[in-house]
Design a protein around this ligand. Sequence first.
Ligand code: ADP
Ligand code: MG
Length: 229
Amino acid sequence: MSYEQYLLELAELECTSRYNNRIERNLRDSRLPRDKNIDTFDLKRVPAKVAHQVRSLREGAFVDHWENILAFGNPGSGKTHLLCAIGQELIRKGRRVYFTACSLLVQDLLRAKQDLQLSRFLKKLSRYDALIIDDIGYVQHDRYEMEVLFTLLAERYERGSVMITSNLPFSKWDQIVKDPMVTAAAIDRLVHHSVIEELDIESYRMQAAKKNKDKKRDGPASVSCEADV
Ligand code: ADP
Ligand code: MG
């Protein structure tokens, strides 16, 4: 090997190692559950339109246009898994992602506001290309909680992507937020540049439980059949 080739090889090794370290660091920092990735997600289970959207979303160009992803569907339909999988793909493409449950995020925002650190916290979140807010709609939010959440959404509007999961369609958001004006303003900002994933399919957990039950029922039955014979 010539000196030049040796140097090139060395530089390439160093680049690969730095890239891998960066991805690993960003994955850790994102707080994304590692097992919810694209390899463990069965795309055949979701409507063809969603599967088609996912193929382009995983490339990550949507974050360049501050587009949001809004995943709706009943509990267990795979919303969280799907957005986590897209989030991990974004990180592998060199983006930064932060995953948080909505209820925790609201508490963090309120605490930051109380400590007069809200703008600092928002600035920290603004460093992420995409923010995944899981489960908007499970807990009712009072005026103060919705106010800080709205501040965050307004801050990210046309500056960064937001990816949300919710079991409630927008038409029912008035059940979780009592202030119709704030709700309308939040929805308006979320929807403006967005891709909507509708997962109106049977719960994965329920399907798995049914399969399990069928297996158990068929198991002893076939044994007793054999015994009868
Ligand atoms: P949701 O957020 O809609 O309530 P989750 O994403 O938490 O649902 O999914 C419930 C469980 O089912 C999780 O363990 C998830 O990994 C699994 N799951 C859901 N959809 C799929 C899928 N298409 N392929 C593989 N696992 C899935
Ligand atoms: Mg979920």
